[in-house]
Ligand binder design. Structure first.
Ligand code: NDP
Ligand code: OXD
Length: 309
């Protein structure tokens, strides 16, 4: 039995080295190296070429390279019996919390505005927000969102979270389900999206949702580009209801050169770097799932193909 590693746009050398160092006996192959497709039961994948997995008749499990699985589940040709697993890694959550805090604080203290004023050689004092009075809301309090919410609350921000179901007790204020979405939104200065992309969450950040935020609120999208309706955001910023946005994820990626986000003065962009999966940190869990499959044990971090996360 062998593992294939498939990705469009990722340099796989570091990944292959990390997997081999987690288990030197592992047979990892690129799709073009596979001579016997029947021997492949496990795939590690990121943005695979559509349809490729239907070529492997004995495939049983596809593992994402990251936390999100939308890039796998959006392929209608993946056989229904194939299990999909994802990465759950404390480093991924910790890096995300640092990034979210950096973006919130830089905008509380108006750093992007001061950088622009410096370019214009303009000396102009502006007021700022303090942590104890700054309200931050996190949509999607799963593994990563919950960690981000807990950390931002710990450093002194006023944090709320929103997710589909009521979970266990948390240190921040929690809202659940569609019926509590408006109450959650109505009390925020910063909205952070950390939802997975599913049929239910696609386009969730639209004009109706943004209109429910208080005037002057700021959007931070760290989930997926397709959560956001791009022209609705531009319209709500231009109407001065939303003060600006920091976007780390886009649909499509890379963001096309002619996209209006690039030139918009109130929209800040990072190229999907809020939290990067670290191959050395996660290779042992990928190998562990591969071994579990061989040994007929229950896989870890399985997603519901029906729910989409
Ligand atoms: P999880 O699956 O652990 O958490 C998902 C959360 O979203 C859960 O709280 C879930 O609610 C909630 N949710 C799902 N559907 C809905 C819905 N319809 N309405 C309300 N809440 C919903 O995911 P992770 O925390 O591990 O990751 C989240 C996402 O972050 C990834 O899918 C990926 O898109 C993104 N990401 C981005 C990165 C970047 O660098 N920008 C890096 C890593 C991840 P409930 O708990 O009630 O089930
Ligand atoms: C992920 C990501 O899903 O990098 O892990 O976006």
């Amino acid at each position: 039995m062998s593992m294939i590693i498939v990705s469009t746009g990722k340099n796989l050398t570091r990944w292959i080295d990390a997997l081999k160092s987690a288990d030197p006996s592992l047979d990892v192959q690129l799709p073009e190296q596979v001579t016997n497709k029947k021997a492949i039961r496990f795939a590690l994948s990121w943005n695979h070429p559509r349809g490729i997995f239907s070529e492997y008749p004995n495939l049983e499990c596809i593992s994402s390279f990251g936390a999100g699985v939308d890039h796998i589940l959006s392929d209608p040709d993946i056989p229904a019996n194939v299990k999909v697993v994802r990465i759950v890694d404390p480093l991924l959550s910790a890096d995300m919390a640092e990034f979210a805090l950096a973006v919130v604080m830089s905008n509380m203290r108006r750093l992007p505005e001061f950088m622009k004023l410096k370019q214009e050689k303009t000396w102009k004092k502006r007021g700022y927000m303090r942590m104890a009075e700054t309200r931050v809301g996190i949509m999607g309090t799963g593994v990563i969102g919950h960690h981000v919410a807990t950390e931002l609350h710990r450093v002194g921000l006023k944090v709320s979270g929103w997710s589909r179901t009521a979970g266990t007790q948390v240190s921040y204020t929690k809202f659940n389900g569609q019926e509590q979405l408006s109450d959650f939104l109505a009390r925020l200065d910063f909205l952070i999206c950390l939802l997975p992309l599913t049929p239910r969450t696609k386009g969730i950040i639209n004009k109706d949702l943004l209109a429910q935020l208080p005037a002057g609120a700021f959007l931070i999208n760290l989930g997926r580009g397709a959560h956001l309706v791009d022209h609705d955001l531009i319209q709500m910023i231009d109407q001065k209801h939303i003060s600006g946005a920091h976007l780390d994820v886009f649909d499509p990626e890379p963001l096309p050169e002619d996209h209006p986000f690039w030139a918009h003065p109130a929209i800040h962009i990072t190229p999907h770097v809020a939290s990067l999966t670290d191959p050395e940190s996660v290779a042992p869990q990928v190998v562990n799932n591969y071994r579990r499959l061989i040994e007929n044990k229950e896989l870890l971090n399985t997603v519901s193909r029906q729910a989409g996360y």
